[in-house]
Design a protein around this ligand. Structure first.
Ligand code: ZN
Length: 132
């Protein structure tokens, strides 16, 4: 596994994109809506890895709920894997809780799968694999 990106929950992309562009000294290269998750995402390249900002499209979406509970900030770590099905099976056998039994379409042309934070010391984990 390698770290593919880190996800940060924000209230407003409009406010946060210029802030992170200044902080990281690099432009946002992609804004993408993920309908299934009701989020708008913005991506930045930082060396070999990426950062993803997530804004909720609805008041009761997962990102809105996260911010309500914990405030803005780090939301998840995403790992690039070569074979997402094999990795999901391995992690399940190790006792981790998989949130979606089948990989789903994520942002940035990826198949994604999330691990329940209850099984990972409180931090949401995402596995992702390039879609072809
Ligand atoms: Zn992500």
């Amino acid at each position: 596994m390698t770290i593919e990106h880190i996800g940060i929950a924000v209230k407003s992309l409009e406010i946060s994109i210029p802030l992170y562009e200044k902080l990281w000294n690099t432009p946002c290269y992609k804004i993408e809506t993920v309908e299934s998750e009701k989020v708008k995402t913005a991506f930045f390249k930082l060396g070999d890895s990426k950062m993803e900002l997530l804004e909720s499209m609805t008041e009761d979406g997962v990102i809105a709920k996260f911010i309500e509970k914990k405030g803005e900030g780090m939301h998840h770590i995403a790992y690039a894997v070569e074979d997402i099905h094999a990795e999901m099976k391995r992690l399940q056998e190790e006792g981790f809780i998989i949130l979606n039994p089948e990989p789903k379409m994520g942002a940035d042309n990826k198949w994604v799968c999330f691990l329940h934070p209850k099984s990972t010391n409180g931090l949401l984990m995402e596995l992702c694999m390039e879609r072809d």
